[in-house]
Design a binder for this molecule. Structure first.
Ligand code: ATP
Length: 573
């Protein structure tokens, strides 16, 4: 498959906003793609080189991309920077300068998908001393062979800003359409994706062995998309919804999906990043399990068994920062409270009812620091409420009520799990928003160079980020320092290209970090753009940071639609 054809399809997709149209265009492209190229094409469309858990990051900063663009076009760096300041998108800048470039390439051989993919992979894998110069060299070579349109997408890609607006659901639809002309295989493809989190791999199997998709099984070292919980606000509605259920404590720790095959062990976070190196003591404990192959999930947190004291996610993380991994293991021992099992010695357990899965777990755990999550079967709202109060007394954040008959709902927020959480002051609900900018400290906070965050939620219809809160409180001094340090590294000259905004922070940042925000209520405000109507958008009143959600990615932030539902619900009360 020729990459120029792919770039043309990407251009076409950018002009469309409807999902159906995008599906059609992509399905046409997939029809023309061979089984050997399909995985690479899917990754490129997703804006990645491999599934996130492989941890392959292109790691190229704007300045390096600008150097490559200057080299390939023959224009001075300053001119490229000025153009970029106006366009706000280096992809558009490279496209324009390439179309007027002073130096014409001597070798402008057409590139195929495989070549572009491999070149990008080479850039990503170049590390060590002098690697940035080498990366610039490889990017220059790649751009030298590109048409202006190809260059637009390549530059956006290396900066991690491809954002075609094509979500995974559209790709899944398009795969089904490409083979059958309809969505009939969509559900099977989606399940396969949810249990391996690698869309390129699913597409490859689908193209090579179509029959295998319906029997697609969980496998060690291909992490499943985590099951998610619905939220209800009282024990009564929970019992009404699922009747007798298992009630477990909701630990505020670090969710780990643990995979083992023989002596090989790997842990994945909720975002499916590899976390194995962070928890050496857990590796040791897992190695002692008798099972040859196993995948299970638990919440890792520092726990003092003698005092029966649980520590929060924040404290668990700080434990490592402050004491170093080794010392931390001794002083504040970590425990994993295991709450689900997904695979055992060749058997995929995701379709097995939860109660059965739990029975299997009870044969394996506890083992050393691998504890079982404590649970109680409850029939009435009163019993559930007692468990809830008990959890708060233990300093935890609430409970999880689990449907005894439900399968493991990989990648889905379902009523198989229902959470009941404590409220924060007036705030019953919290939202997860993406940080798009920050303010300098003023007055008493001047020394921190940090005075708050500008945060946005996602508008699915418009495929835009829209601001919803300027968060001025909720930070400890330590947090102010660490957040400022973190954001300093991802400052950008211009706002994120996908952001609609009216308020301008002192600094814009790459939309990378998620923050959980509590608030008193949702109001309409002329300064925010969330779901804007008649010049006023939805906005959080008295927003305060609860915590950074390093376990969540931008794909999981609250949507504008959800904010509107919260607003309407609040007005009903
Ligand atoms: P929240 O924002 O409420 O922390 P979330 O959006 O991160 O939740 P949810 O699906 O709403 O994710 O809640 C499930 C989370 O609760 C899981 O990701 C897991 O980390 C955590 N958890 C704690 N204890 C349990 C338990 N006993 N069973 C399942 N999940 C648990």
């Amino acid at each position: 498959m020729n990459f120029r054809a792919v770039a043309e399809v990407f251009l076409e997709i950018e002009k469309r906003s409807g999902r159906l149209e995008m599906t059609d265009i992509l399905a046409e492209l997939f029809k023309k793609t061979s089984a050997s190229d399909i995985d690479k094409l899917i990754y490129l469309t997703q804006g990645i080189l491999a599934p996130p858990y492989e941890g392959i990051d292109l790691g190229m900063g704007e300045q390096f991309a600008i150097r490559a663009i200057a080299a390939v076009s023959g224009y001075p760096k300053e001119q490229i920077e000025n153009h970029y300041k106006k366009s706000g998108d280096l992809g558009l800048t490279v496209e324009e300068v390439m179309s007027k470039r002073k130096q014409q390439s001597l070798s402008s051989a057409e590139m195929d998908v495989n070549f572009v993919y491999k070149s990008l992979l080479k850039i990503a894998k170049t590390g060590g001393a002098g690697s940035q110069d080498l990366k610039v060299k490889y990017l220059t070579e790649l751009l030298n062979n590109s048409s202006p349109a190809e260059a637009r997408f390549i530059v956006r890609f290396v900066l991690g800003r491809l954002r075609l607006g094509v979500g995974d659901p559209t790709i899944l639809d398009a795969l089904s359409f490409s083979k059958t002309g309809d969505k009939s295989l969509r559900a099977e493809l989606e399940r396969a994706y949810n249990v391996c989190s690698d869309l390129g791999y699913v597409a490859k199997i689908f193209f090579e062995f179509p029959d295998k998709i319906s029997k697609f099984s969980v496998q060690p070292f291909k992490p499943l998309q985590p099951a998610l919980a619905e939220r209800l606000s009282t024990p009564e509605v929970i019992i009404e919804k699922i009747g007798e259920c298992a009630c477990e404590f909701k630990f505020d720790g670090f969710r780990l999906q643990i995979h083992k095959r023989g002596s090989e062990v790997e842990f994945y976070s909720r975002k499916l990043e590899k976390m194995t190196h962070m928890f050496p003591e857990v590796v040791e404990a897992v190695s002692k399990l008798k099972a040859k192959e196993i995948i299970f999930e638990g919440e890792a947190l520092a726990y003092n068994e003698k005092e029966n004291k649980y520590y929060s996610f924040q404290q668990t993380i700080q434990r490592k920062r402050k004491h170093g991994v080794d010392k931390a293991s001794k002083e504040l021992p970590l425990n994993v409270f295991c709450f689900d099992i997904l695979y055992l010695d060749g058997k995929d357990l995701t379709e097995t009812p939860y109660n059965e899965r739990r029975k299997r777990m009870e044969k394996i755990f506890p083992l050393g620091l691998l504890k079982l999550s404590n649970r109680k079967l409850v029939k009435t709202a009163k019993e559930l409420d007692m468990q809830f109060k008990e959890s708060l007394k233990e300093g935890l954040e609430g409970i999880m009520a689990k449907d005894l008959n439900a399968p493991y709902t990989a990648g889905k927020r379902k009523f198989a799990w229902i959470k009941l959480k404590k409220s924060y002051g007036k705030s019953v609900d919290t939202i997860d928003a993406i940080i798009v900018g920050y303010y300098l400290g003023r007055g008493a906070r001047a020394e921190f160079e940090f005075g708050g965050l500008l945060a946005a939620v996602y508008n699915e219809d418009k495929r835009k980020l829209e601001t919803v809160a300027r968060i001025g409180s909720g930070y400890s001094e330590d947090e102010m320092r660490s957040i400022q340090e973190m954001l300093e590294k991802i400052k950008t000259e211009s706002p994120p290209s996908s952001l609609d905004y009216k308020m301008e922070p002192d600094f814009w940042v790459e939309p990378k970090y998620v923050v959980e925000i509590a608030f008193d209520e949702i109001t309409l405000s002329p300064t925010h753009t969330c779901g804007e109507r008649d010049g006023r958008g939805y906005a959080l009143r008295f927003p305060r940071m609860l915590k950074m959600r390093s376990d969540k990615s931008i794909n999981e932030i609250t949507t504008v639609e959800e904010v509107i539902i919260l607003f309407e619900r609040q007005n009903q009360h």
